[in-house]
Design a protein around this ligand. Sequence first.
Ligand code: FE
Ligand code: FE
Ligand code: ZN
Length: 278
Amino acid sequence: MLKIGCHLSSSKGYLAMGKTAVEIGANTFQFFTRNPRGGAVKPLDLEDMRAYVEFAGEHGIGPILAHAPYTLNACAKDEGLREFAKNVMEEDLMRLSYIPGAMYNFHPGSHVKQGSEAGIELIARHLNSILREDQQTTVLLETMAGKGSEVGRTFEELCAIIDRVELKEHLGVCLDTCHVYDGEYDIVNHLDEVLESFDEIIGLSRLKAIHLNDSKNPFGSHKDRHEKIGEGTIGLEAVERIINHPKLRELPFYLETPNELPGYAAEIALLKEYYREF
Ligand code: FE
Ligand code: FE
Ligand code: ZN
């Protein structure tokens, strides 16, 4: 069965997200752990979490994907900013420990003139400082489009980060289709080759989730502007190959397309239709 969901607002809590997911035909979802532009966080609501876990069990929802605020920069030059990223992600991971099977995605960071090598080192140090041996939540590095000085556009950079992390068993990668296409991986014409390269460099066993987005911009644009499924430069045929690819089809897919709930519901219905059941 296709594991498909979309990005949902977390403002009303976990149970509300679970119910919304069911309403729009999803069996998983993604959400921001807190204000994506800042660090403000709501009080911990264990009652809501418990109710959600029960609801998710009854409705077969998950694995869900928590997304860290995208303003965090684990490889900032300023030590205070790096400390902030550490504190936020540590607290998010503590909270996520109440949601069995949840994964936690973050943008590796921007090296801002320090060079990608220095960025990679700082991101690895950051991960070494927040990962705990007994943690249950898998932390995912998201593949980036390569705008500005973003680290994590190439599989080599992601591999270099993972190589330097001690508790690798808690690390994975989330592949964003818009980002990799903008970042010069031709998943439209050469999906097999891109996945072979991912496997050689990072290892497909690390691939835990897909952000399923079309792109507003042409191949290799390094832009990162998501488009609705089938309305961008990636196109519906390529999306159909992606969700059905033998190496991808069992993974959870999360839509981050520019949609309100009815638009997401329509995309989810469309993708279910295109997914081949055996
Ligand atoms: Fe993201
Ligand atoms: Fe994404
Ligand atoms: Zn994006």
